[in-house]
Design a protein around this ligand. Structure first.
Ligand code: GRF
Length: 196
């Protein structure tokens, strides 16, 4: 079987991308390769991480908008992913909404990970929203991407406890540790054909 080629998009430090690259390297995530890592932020940590792992790392300028790509930039993103043979797009801290060019090019083939138990707490700093609301449980969600913010079909969730003395930082760290387990697992479901 040919390995599944994934493309990772991120705007930040890239710890989830790192977890996926490590899972591939140590054999937990078999039959998967990272074809390219692409960022809208020129100096994002995720690009440096990709280079360390000898994966093609590309900065793709987003255009004039703050929360989405300019349509011609999104067309360039599609073309770049296709050039690298990407079959599954993995959003890992990518801070822009994707629209029709990407959704049409990769139907049910774009994943996102979000640091809450969706549908609760979409949007920014979801862990802080959960803490402020007095939740006793928090967690993370992997979902298919649609045109909305953190709204697509849910594929998997992992829960973590909210502890009595948690700060936003300690809770966020616990959620991220869960993300680093869950995301490689779900990518593995696609690689093995368990999710179609
Ligand atoms: C993660 O917490 C993810 O849930 C959210 O963005 C963050 C990205 O972190 N969508 P990293 O860049 O993977 O460290």
């Amino acid at each position: 079987m040919n390995p599944l080629t994934i493309g990772v998009l991120g705007s930040g430090k890239g710890s989830n991308c790192g977890a996926i690259l490590e899972a591939i390297a140590d054999g937990r995530l078999a039959e998967t390769r990272v074809g390219a890592v692409i960022s809208d932020v020129p100096d994002a940590g995720i690009l440096a991480l990709a280079r360390q792992h000898k994966v093609p790392a590309r900065h793709l300028p987003p255009g004039k908008f703050k929360t989405k790509l300019e349509p011609h930039c999104e067309e360039q993103l599609v073309a770049l992913l296709q050039k690298h043979g990407v079959e599954l797009v993995v959003l890992a801290g990518y801070m822009r909404l994707l629209k029709e060019p990407m959704l049409a090019a990769f139907p049910r083939r774009i994943l996102n990970i979000h640091p809450s138990l969706l549908p609760k707490y979409p949007g920014l700093q979801a862990w802080k929203q959960a803490l402020d609301a007095g939740e006793r449980q928090a967690g993370c969600t992997v979902h298919l991407v649609d045109g909305g913010m953190d709204t697509g079909e849910i594929l998997a969730q992992a829960t973590v406890p909210v502890l009595a003395h948690d700060t936003p930082e300690t809770l966020h760290a616990r959620i991220q540790a869960a993300e680093h387990e869950l995301y490689p697992q779900v990518v593995g479901w696609f690689a093995s054909g368990r999710v179609r």
